[in-house]
Design a protein around this ligand. Structure first.
Ligand SMILES: [Zn+2]
Ligand SMILES: [Zn+2]
Length: 889
């Protein structure tokens, strides 16, 4: 029996992991990739097409620019340059855009609008896929074909100053570099001065071909104070002056060398109205892209609305500008204005090279590429191009040549646009088939194909999935409490629906109940069929109880059952207003602040006293007499402790002049906590000696649970005592009117406990920010700082919500079923549902380890999750061990 259950559990995990992997594979589609080797030097460039007379132009065209400077300003939003801010703070740039020899575009970045993926997109011209995430786990260096690697292979000397992400992506590519770390978001001056201090020297030297500058200050200002901060204007002026310095220097150098240089001004992503980035709002996605070169024609003031292009178009443009092959995975099309001034033959040659590269990528990724309109347009353009070359070499009249040239060019541009579009779309297409199969595998696992899915199961599944996916965005982590409040409310509504249907339609509409676990189990693990693990193993209530439903409840109980979801919803609403948490709205006034202010001490005292009485009323029912007395004295001690340290008042004591540390009172309570825990453990051990004495075991578990409640009451600040009351109240209501009458299975009850535990974590006022940990809990009853108890008490106080719900789950399940394996099944379920977000999160954090928020948002969250999983594991191991020995004896 034991072995069978364990193997079943292992099978469940394997199937679930496979399902999740398959789902992710579909969700993050394979990137559009070229199959040719990474060493591409061997491959010769496509020759110029020709019909009849053979062309002699087979080599790559020479570079258009002798020097290229890329000035990347992190989080430069399009309106910072093209809008009113640009006119005001960036006069030189505005002059260049409107009257200078430049081409301006609004480059659209694809989400995630985070620095590293954006740098990759700028330099490779490709969009990242799932494979890249996996491939990047062990090597931060960019392995994919890109402009920087090509430039290095061509012997270009490159210099880099700025965000050190570049140095990690392109190790050993720069002859000289100075990387600045972006961890200190509060610094927006030093990060940029670190870049600028090299400029004077490097601009005077002639020993480089490519200079890349990545300025972080603007992004940091955005994170600190948002896009409308006055600091933004200062920073833009600073950037404008730097651009002027570089441009002037490049112009004076050109006068000596007589070959044009190129200056690129761009952003990696924009910033939202709150100053963050990562998502796909217009403000985060649109960045300016300005190409400045004396090779371009001056155009008088016609660029007020720059053309929208893709960020990925820059890679192909830079490759052509530097005389390099276009990166093989680039989906971008050459920004045509940059080659407009060249002779027609050269223009067509460049367009042809780009079209050949894109159509090759299309051939390798789309089986039916021949039917793609882009490919047909390309073939047509290539044919016309051949004709044009023949005419050109035969020296036809210039008018015919010119007309045909215009036609070929238009044909090429159309082909490039269509090819680029269908390749980009290829990346965005989710592999629905994989996603479906993956989802079905995960679903099949706990359930059974023939059994009907209740709304509740769907809510649970979608909620779990949705929560895991939401962890990918930093703002969802910052405001995670909203996710859990939403999930718990949705759960209440689903329960409400189930109760009402049950009440009005009766029992017979619930056929799923009789086949839920058993056959599903047989289907997923047919090899275990003969091990005779059946009904009672996984169905704690169904087997041990006669089929009852809400109809068996007496009249008033039925009404109570129908009202219970609404009572729970009301409780949750009240708890929400007790503590504001998260980041965005944490500063808003809440009930907790009102209660803790010194003017409302009397109100707080009444509330605390009432709460303690309620706690006693709710928790004492299932304990033995000794524990009841200990509990009452303990709760009285809690009030005395809070009065002693001056949090609350005694009715007879109006002024609080003698405030002590409350050591005696707190230690008094600690003694009772230990006493109750000891009694509980003793009962548990006794139940093992007297085999199958079920009631003693149950009482023991409930006593341990009430001991934990008493400890939480001691550690919680007085204004948070209602959190404890509501937690106990909801548990009582759910037990009496929902879980028992509706006969939910162990898995469903487990998930509900987990969800409520998570919601209560935030009701307590916790957040994913380390700052909300209440360290004072670690000093309750301690004279000085003693590490082990202090850490234990702080951890318990922080995770009291999830811990109390988890221990309620154990006590509830073991009191409801005589079969011990339902309990281990539930423990397993609980551990699984806890570890699922954690493992997803670990993968995420690893892949985002260069993200700017890694220290401020993602790492604290990981710490919290780590603590949570540790506590969960401890609970599961403890009870499973108890259970195991119990069954064996
Ligand atoms: Zn950035
Ligand atoms: Zn940023």
């Amino acid at each position: 029996m034991r072995l069978g259950s364990g193997t079943f559990a292992a099978c469940c995990v394997v199937i679930e992991v496979l399902g999740v992997a398959l789902f992710l594979r579909g969700f993050f589609p394979a990137p559009v990739r070229s199959s040719s080797r990474t060493e591409h030097q061997a491959e010769p460039p496509a020759p110029e097409p020709s019909t009849g007379a053979s062309s002699n132009w087979t080599k790559l065209p020479p570079p258009l620019f002798s020097k290229v400077v890329i000035m990347l300003i992190d989080a430069l939003r399009d309106d910072f340059v093209f809008g009113s801010k640009g006119v005001k703070f960036m006069p030189y740039t505005t002059y260049l855009v409107e009257k200078g020899a430049s081409h301006s575009f609004v480059a659209e970045a694809k989400p995630p609008t985070v620095t590293m993926p954006r740098i990759k997109a700028l330099m490779t011209g490709s969009l990242p896929g799932f494979i890249d995430v996996v491939r990047n786990l062990n090597s931060p260096a960019l392995l994919e074909d890109n402009v920087i690697t090509q430039a290095k292979a061509a012997g270009k000397r490159m210099i880099f100053y700025g965000d050190e992400t570049w140095v990690k992506l392109f190790p050993q590519h720069f002859v000289e570099y100075d990387g600045t770390t972006s961890f200190f978001v509060s610094d927006y001056t030093e990060v940029d001065d670190n870049v600028t201090r090299h400029l004077d020297k490097v601009l005077k030297r002639g020993d480089w071909d490519v200079l890349i500058l990545h300025y972080l200050g603007l992004d940091h200002i955005g994170h600190i104070s948002g896009p409308s901060s006055p600091l933004i204007g200062h920073k833009l002026s600073e950037m404008d002056n730097i651009l002027m310095k570089i441009h002037t220097s490049l112009l004076s150098e050109e006068r000596e060398n007589l070959s044009p240089n190129l200056l690129v001004l761009c952003g990696d992503h924009g910033m939202s109205e709150t100053g963050s980035h990562g998502a796909s709002s217009m403000e985060e996605v649109n960045t300016p892209l300005i190409l400045i070169s004396s090779a371009f024609e001056r155009k008088p003031g016609d660029i007020r609305h720059p053309k929208h292009v893709q960020q990925t178009d820059l890679a192909a443009t830079l490759a052509i500008g530097l005389g390099l092959p276009i990166p093989e995975n680039s989906v971008g099309s050459l920004l045509f204005p940059s080659i407009e001034g060249r002779p027609v033959r050269e223009q067509l040659r460049f367009l042809h090279l780009n079209a050949v590269q894109l159509s090759k990528l299309l051939q390798e990724n789309v089986p039916s590429y021949k039917k793609e309109p882009g490919f047909e347009q390309f073939k047509m353009a290539e044919r016309l191009h051949g004709n044009w070359i023949r005419l050109y070499l035969e020296e036809s009249t210039s008018e015919v040549l010119f007309n045909l040239g215009t036609k070929v060019r238009r044909q090429y541009l159309d082909a490039l646009r269509t090819l680029s579009l269908s390749l980009s779309r290829q990346v965005a297409q989710y592999d629905i088939y994989s996603m479906l199969v993956g989802t079905v595998m995960v679903l099949e696992n706990p359930a059974h194909p023939n059994s009907r899915w209740s709304e509740l199961d769907v809510v649970i599944l979608l909620g779990t999935m949705g929560h895991v996916l939401s962890l990918g965005a930093s703002s969802f982590i910052e405001e995670e409490h909203q996710t859990w409040y939403f999930l718990v409310n949705t759960l209440c509504l689903a329960l409400c629906h189930e109760i009402y249907r049950n009440c009005f339609l009766g029992d017979d509409c619930e056929p799923r109940r009789c086949s839920h676990g058993e056959r599903g189990f047989v289907n997923t693990a047919p090899a275990l069929q003969d091990r005779s693990i059946g009904h009672d193993e996984l169905e704690p209530h169904r087997a041990s109880k006669s089929p009852t439903s809400l109809n068996t409840l007496r009249g008033w109980e039925k009404w109570m059952a129908m009202a219970s979801p609404w009572v729970i919803l009301t409780c949750c609403r009240l708890l929400r207003s007790l503590n504001q948490t998260g980041v965005q709205w944490a500063h808003r006034p809440d009930l907790g602040h009102w209660l803790t202010s010194s003017d409302h001490k009397a109100e707080l005292s009444v509330l605390a006293a009432l709460s303690l009485i309620m706690i006693f009323a709710l928790v004492q029912r299932r304990c033995s007499l000794t524990s009841k007395v200990a509990m009452a004295l303990g709760l009285l001690g809690v009030y005395c402790y809070r009065a002693a340290i001056g949090n609350v008042l005694f009715p007879w004591q109006r002024d609080s002049k003698d405030i002590s540390k409350g050591l005696i009172e707190a230690r008094f309570v600690h003694v009772f906590v230990l006493g109750i825990l000891f009694t509980g453990t003793k009962d548990l051990l006794k139940s093992q000696v007297i085999a199958a004495d079920f009631t003693i075991k149950t009482v023991g578990l409930w006593e341990i649970y009430s001991g934990l409640v008493l400890l939480a009451a001691l550690l919680f600040r007085p204004h948070n005592l209602p959190v404890l009351v509501f937690s106990l109240l909801i548990q009582t209501i759910m037990t009496k009117f929902i879980w028992k009458p509706l006969r939910h299975d162990a898995a469903e009850i487990t998930v509900m406990h987990y969800w409520f535990g998570q919601a209560f974590f935030y009701f307590q006022g916790n957040s994913n920010n380390i700052a909300t940990v209440d360290i004072s809990a670690g000093f309750v009853g301690l004279d000085t700082y003693v590490e082990v108890p202090a850490v234990f008490l702080t951890a318990f106080a922080t995770f009291a919500g999830p811990v109390l719900w988890a221990s309620h789950l154990v006590s509830f399940l073991s009191s409801e079923t005589s079969s011990g394996s339902a309990l281990s099944h539930a423990c397993f379920c609980y551990a699984l549902i806890c570890s699922f977000p954690v493992s997803a999160y670990i993968i995420l954090v690893t892949s985002l380890r260069y993200h700017l928020f890694i220290w401020s948002v993602f790492s604290p969250k990981l710490l919290y999750e780590g603590m949570h999983i540790l506590i969960t594991a401890a609970i599961c191991v403890f009870f499973t061990a108890m259970d195991q020995t119990n069954t064996k004896s």
